[in-house]
Design a binder for this molecule. Sequence first.
Ligand code: BTN
Length: 241
Amino acid sequence: MSLNWVIENYECVESTQDILKEISSSTFTEEGLVISAQTQTAGRGRHGNVWKAPKGNLYISFLLHPECEISVAGHFSFLIAVALSKTIDKYIDSGHEKSLKWPNDILIDGKKCAGILLESNISPKGTISDLYVGVGVNILAPPEERIGLQQVSSQILTVESVLNTLLKTINIYYDLYSKKGFKEIQNLWISEAYRLHEKINVRLPQKTLSGIFEGLDEEGTLLLRLDNGVLERITAGEVYF
Ligand code: BTN
């Protein structure tokens, strides 16, 4: 099963997420619509963070209609993270270290190269009717303290070629997920997980927890073994070290 991508290109928008939401709320829109912009003036990341968006990087939002339970919506963020990671594999030179930071950051040499933002609409029956998947990949113009794919590649990169590779790769893993479920995506993600079996800190709205990162459950929840032996299941939070 693959998505039929239809790409709409924009020069400058506030956020590709908002353009996608506007379009899909004004008329029924098939899944696979991709809004791509050269720059964003109000790009946003997870936890209300700003996503800086100078020209030269990839900024897209695309639409899915998963009609799934809210509890499994996170599967899509791991699926896209794996597809992003496999896309980066096509460009990255050997000698650089790529890893996946829970829930969906891509790090190269310990710095953030790409991030994923999921926003959704819930239907009256309680399933996810619209999933707005936002992806930002630093390529030619990484903001400060970030890393750009071009910095670790000896190929001459363009945003367009990375986008085409990414969309093809998402289809491969979307198909895998449709046929085999989350387990294979989970295993692929875990195989590249940053700081697995090591001590991490997780910032939650009211507190911060520290413990050993033991893995993911079947919904993508982070499993954290606290010093007192209790296993905490974390569905949302910011991991730091
Ligand atoms: C994160 O790591 O915090 C998620 C970053 C997501 C950024 C992308 S860029 C395209 C899309 N439009 C936005 O405003 N945000 C996402």
